[in-house]
Design a protein around this ligand. Structure first.
Ligand code: ADP
Ligand code: MG
Length: 680
């Protein structure tokens, strides 16, 4: 008998060379081997062709009806085609480069063939064939992700040996939990993963490991969160309810139900003594600004200062304008600090800030400069949080003594990803737009229809509206981005010559130039703004009602939706035209989704479904853990359950003391959580 910690070389048939190959796969110990899971199972169950979707792998039993015909495609390359009958289907089976089958495939022979089903052409592209009816005992064979010269079959042999040899596998899931959820015991589940008896065995095994993995992951996050709450003394901001209510009364509109709910969640956090660490998600135009303002004002009524940091000067200015309009009349002092604040004004502002004569400071990352000192900072909000680095957010936070922190984002993130990537935060969602908004009409056009798109744009311009033209995104090359934008700009200047004014905006412009262009557009000195994706965030020009996105298939759904959010901000009907000739089905589906809905959360769910969790946040920093079994798109229910259980467990003293939970605690210890490592 062996231990999981012993090297794989203690197994029979694994010498030095094989051990090296295994090591390249990250397998050194017997335990590593056992916990190397297949990425799929080959399904050898017999299927009815009538029920098999196009391009799916299928195994059928069939009677050979014709002599095989061979076509030679080159040296050692041929294609054999044979007609077979499977039940009531007469179909063709094609084999590539398996000429030796030619003698055996004679009319009357019974074969069991596995291959890919081309439904349209009624052909199976055969990959393996056995002669005679299906006799194989196994219905499912695991397929591992292997490299080098280790074949599946040999790998399975080692696996069999390993599973038979070890006797020290402890089930990390307590018996009670397994019984509650009807989960397989760990050894049985390992059998089900590597050597399933049948489909259900494989399924149950997967179910168990998905839960275990998600529970471990959630425990890690929840344990951290608890540690943080226990150790960090936050502020208890006793705001003046009557004043806050009175302020809400002065607004020209009633808050939506979603806004009310979120305001309550934030207020509750402010009052409680732990530090708020909350993410506020709300689609473009859902009204996050006023929610932020109410929160900041609450802090002010309790004698604290508030700060609001935005990623661009334009946004910071917009926020300052809104907040000044609301607050100056009631005596709340709002300041604006950005890179372009003149030095004298800046000095005065900073003095007032330090003296507590400014209540709310709004600005860009200029806020995090060392000489920006607050008297009593209690509440910090970051708008479009993903535009800032962790470090920048931390510096701002450290300008107060454990102030409450709210992050806002207009990029809807599907719930499963939100609780995965931002698991250590509380999440508030504004999932409702103010009443009476006009839906943006979205159309998908082909490149050759550009002429008619420009015609439609012109009629909007003639009616006094403005338009955006967004140029394609060239991944990882803003040089090409710029080139594209310049070309489109020149074309449009020519096209609209003497009739409308065209402006150009891209990432290579100096910040001052960008601001100048943006300003010219917002005051109507420019009619058409040609831009790369730099206009994506928060810009508000209500008179712009028409957006064209070139090569729209290059954008992800989330980004298209963000871009589209630049129109539809005023009283007039708005339009968005996607110009795209997508090649892939996925690309087509993306375009269709955009024309079908304006709901950012639905699009985000769709995006996740189409691209998978890894790509959702973009390649660079997904921040998502890698799971062996769990899949965030499909296992969201399990994730919810695991999260609930993890929250309950970390709060339960028994969890920290009972031996029943020892294996789970060991898992946490291994990942360093219990030593207080922190993610932020
Ligand atoms: P975002 O969430 O994208 O930052 P904003 O805060 O800029 O959205 O709000 C978009 C627009 O909606 C603003 O013009 C704002 O005045 C308006 N608005 C916000 N809340 C409401 C409401 N409850 N009813 C009507 N209009 C609202
Ligand atoms: Mg906003």
């Amino acid at each position: 008998m062996n231990n999981c910690t012993e090297p794989v070389t203690t197994l029979k048939g694994i010498g030095k060379e094989t051990a090296e190959h295994l090591q390249a796969l990250g397998i050194e110990t017997i335990g590593d081997l056992i916990w190397t899971f297949p990425y799929r199972h080959e399904d050898f169950r017999l299927k009815d062709l009538a029920e098999t979707p196009h391009n799916e792998r299928v195994t059928i039993e069939a009677l050979v009806e014709s002599m095989p015909s061979a076509v030679f495609l080159g040296k050692n390359k041929q294609r054999l085609t044979v007609t077979v009958r499977a039940g009531r289907h007469l179909v063709k089976v094609v084999f590539f480069n398996q000429n030796y089958l030619r003698q055996k495939l004679t009319p009357g022979a019974i074969i069991t063939v596995t291959g890919k089903w081309d439904r349209g052409r009624q052909v199976i592209i055969g990959s393996s064939v056995t002669f005679g009816p299906k006799t194989e005992q196994v219905d499912f064979e695991p397929v591992y992700s292997l490299r080098g010269n280790i074949q599946q079959k040999r790998f399975r042999k080692y696996m069999r040996q390993a599973l038979d040899a070890v006797d020290d596998i402890v089930d990390p899931l307590p018996l009670l939990m397994r019984e509650d959820y009807k989960l397989l015991e760990v050894k049985d589940a390992l059998e089900g993963v590597h050597f399933p008896k049948d489909a259900n065995h494989a399924k149950q095994a997967r179910r168990r490991f998905v839960y275990e993995e998600l529970l471990e992951f959630q425990l890690r996050i929840q344990a951290l969160r608890k540690a943080r709450k226990d150790s960090e003394q936050g502020l208890s901001i006793a705001y003046d309810v009557a004043k806050v209510r009175a302020f809400i009364e002065t607004l020209p509109y009633e808050l939506t139900n979603a806004q009310k709910r979120v305001v309550n969640e934030i207020s509750k956090d402010l009052k409680q003594p732990h530090r708020m660490n909350r993410l506020l998600q709300g689609d473009v135009g859902s009204g996050k600004t006023v929610v932020a303002a109410i929160g900041l004002y609450s802090a002010v009524t309790a004698g604290y200062q508030g700060a609001l940091m935005a990623p661009t000067e334009i946004l910071a200015e917009q926020h300052a304008q809104s907040l000044q309009a609301w607050f100056e009349p009631i005596g709340v002092r709002v300041g604006l600090l950005s890179g372009s604040t003149k030095s004298k004004a800046r000095r005065i502002l900073l003095e007032q800030l330090a003296a507590g004569e400014i209540d709310i400071l709004i600005g860009t990352h200029a806020l995090i400069q060392p000489d920006v000192i607050f008297k009593k900072l209690g509440f910090v909000i970051t708008d479009e949080q993903h535009r800032f680095g962790v470090e920048q957010r931390r510096i701002l936070r450290d300008k107060g003594e454990n102030p409450d922190v709210l992050f806002m984002t207009a990029t809807p993130i599907p719930r499963t990803l939100a609780i995965t990537a931002f698991g250590e935060m509380d999440v508030s969602i504004i999932d409702e737009l103010p009443a009476g908004r006009k839906e943006i009409e979205t159309h998908w056009m082909k490149k050759e229809q550009l002429g008619s798109v420009l015609g439609k744009m012109e009629s909007e311009l003639k009616a006094g509206r403005q338009a955006y033209v967004i140029c394609p995104l060239i991944e990882e090359s803003d040089k090409l981005d710029v080139q594209n934008a310049v070309e489109a700009y020149e074309h449009l200047v020519q096209y609209f010559h003497g009739r409308f004014r065209v402006g150009l905006m891209h990432g290579r412009l100096h910040p001052d130039e960008k601001d100048a262009v943006m300003r010219a557009f917002s005051v109507g000195e420019i009619d058409i703004l040609v831009s790369t994706t730099v206009v994506e965030v928060g810009v508000n020009v209500p008179n712009a009602t028409f957006m064209t996105i070139y090569d729209a298939e290059r954008f992800g759904l989330a980004q298209l939706h963000q871009l589209r959010g630049r129109v539809g901000r005023g009283e007039h009907q708005s339009y968005c035209v996607l110009i795209a000739d997508p090649k892939s089905d996925e690309g087509k589906e993306r375009m269709m989704s955009m024309t079908e809905t304006n709901d950012g959360f639905r699009l985000a769910e769709k995006d996740l479904e189409l691209r998978g969790p890894g790509d959702f946040f973009g390649k660079k920093q997904s921040g998502l853990p890698e799971f062996k079994m769990a899949d965030l798109v499909h296992d969201y229910r399990a994730l919810d359950v695991a999260r609930r259980d993890a929250v309950r467990l970390v709060e339960d003293p028994a969890f920290w003391h009972d031996d029943e939970y020892l294996p789970l605690r060991n898992m946490l210890e291994k990942s360093g959580v219990l030593e207080g490592e922190r993610i932020d």
